[in-house]
Design a protein around this ligand. Structure first.
Ligand code: GLN
Length: 454
């Protein structure tokens, strides 16, 4: 009830697109009833969470924060949300996000930006970006109006908003969480994961969300480990790699200092720290911004005004005009930009020059990580090149926005588990995140290193 009231009171943050108090309260009642009946509690019995609006939820509008999906109410539940309900959790509501998960500030939402609950302490009173695309999730957890929230991460959308708001979030290995019922952005990259106050809560939530699903062709048929039970802050016998290419030109001194602090912490926890090289890092961002739009342009072809949501059919219009009008009106500017980039790099004549090259770069980046794993168990880097920026600051310049993903995108291209954990604050008291990247399927090592830092 306290969380339901907090959601209702937090409207100025614009974190929730839909409130579903009955869903959350029913889960709490079910948990009470089970306890009264002497049943063993389920892992998330009665825990109220926020659900990113990229997840289809049965009978509850699901829009991916896009006008083109307004009026769409799924007849089915995504696998991940169903697993959370099966674990006993309840839904406080659907969370605002960047439209179709494209963005790093939550400003591409059709329903207005989310406002971070943080303020700088050193002057200026600007509203800050909560990060993106899971900006409703980060703001809700940071403002303590939800103990946890789902996020999705295609190129950093769990980790960067977690870093901007001083919370924790993990993108598991690609294939750990089913993509079934998650509105697609870039299918070879999209992964669901938890965002919560601390590492332990993330471990509990991830255990509930992960697992094989025959309905997702890229779902991994492997057992879900007991990550929470396996948590230990000792890194004795572990080697932590520091990739030298992440020391990018112009890195702000406070990010350097944060990184050094993280290195000291993992050393104090017993780890050996080694320098490693990921030589193709500088090509990751350009490759990502070819591959992700290419896949997006294909995935978004389904929004034709016939099957879902919005339809713009002026009097006398033919089918072609209906498609064109619906898509022109229904997609936001950033989504259109991605569709244009994607169709361009996939078109005959440019395919080999851009798309094929980007796929080759992707393989080289994955090989860089494979080579690094010969020398270390996890990698430690900053999550983002800065603290939260002000709303509007980067909105007019897409490239400046894309550059914010420089540290999160390489592990996405390689499908590796990666987590952001709070590591410190900048001069204005704003949170800064440290990122731990692990080997495929070794979420435990990622969680443990993050726990040592927390
Ligand atoms: N900011 C990146 C993009 O806009 C990542 C988004 C995401 O991970 N969903 O594509």
């Amino acid at each position: 009830e306290a969380f339901v009231a907090a959601v209702a009171a937090a409207k100025p943050l614009n974190a929730f697109l839909v409130e579903t108090p009955d869903h959350a309260l029913a889960a709490a009642d079910a948990a009470d009833a089970a306890r009264a009946a002497g049943e063993a509690p389920r892992p998330m019995a009665g825990v109220p969470i926020g659900m990113k609006d990229l997840f289809c939820t049965k009978g509850v509008p699901s829009t991916a924060a896009s006008h083109i999906l307004e009026g769409f109410t799924p007849q089915y539940e995504s696998t991940v949300s169903q697993k959370l309900w099966d674990a006993g959790a309840g839904m406080l509501g659907k969370l605002n996000m960047d439209q179709f998960a494209m963005g790093s500030s939550n400003e591409t939402s059709h329903f207005g930006n989310v406002v971070s609950p943080w303020r700088r302490s050193d002057g200026g009173n600007a509203d800050l970006a909560p990060g993106g695309s899971s900006g409703g999730s980060s703001a809700a957890v940071a403002a303590r109006i939800a103990p946890g929230a789902t996020g999705t991460d295609t190129g950093g959308s769990i980790r960067q908003p977690a870093a901007f708001t001083g919370i924790s979030g993990i993108k598991p290995t690609y294939g750990r969480c089913s993509r079934w019922g998650v509105i697609a952005f870039a299918s070879s990259l999209d992964q669901a994961g938890p965002m919560a106050r601390d590492v332990r809560d993330c471990a509990i939530m991830l255990e509930a969300m992960a697992g094989f699903d025959a309905k997702d062709a890229t779902s991994l048929d492997v057992a879900v480990p007991q990550w929470e039970a396996g948590l230990t802050p000792s890194l004795k016998g572990k080697r932590v790699g520091i990739p030298k290419e992440y020391r990018v030109d112009g890195m702000p001194p406070e990010i350097e200092a944060l990184w050094q602090q993280g290195i000291d912490w993992v050393r104090d926890a017993g780890a050996e720290v080694v320098e490693v090289s990921l030589p193709h890092t500088k090509y990751a961002l350009p490759a990502y911004y070819i591959i992700a739009p290419a896949e997006a342009s294909s995935n978004l072809a389904r929004y034709d005004g016939v099957r879902y949501g919005l339809r713009d059919l002026p009097d006398g219009a033919n089918l072609q005009e209906m498609y064109a009008k619906t898509r022109a009106e229904g997609f936001g500017d950033e989504v259109k930009r991605r569709i244009l980039i994607g169709t361009y790099v996939l078109s005959a004549g440019f395919y080999d020059a851009y798309y094929t090259q980007a796929q080759k770069v992707r393989t080289l980046i994955a090989q860089d990580f494979d080579n690094a794993w010969e020398r270390c168990d996890v990698l430690l880097t900053p999550t983002a090149p800065s603290a939260a920026f002000a709303l509007g600051e980067k909105n007019a310049d897409p490239i400046a926005m894309y550059l914010n993903d420089v540290f999160t995108v390489p592990s996405s291209l390689a499908g590796l588990p990666a987590m952001s954990v709070p590591g410190g604050v900048d001069a204005g008291g704003l949170p800064l995140g440290l990122q731990v990247i692990g080997k495929a399927l070794d979420e435990q090592a990622v969680l443990n290193a993050a726990l040592a830092i927390e």
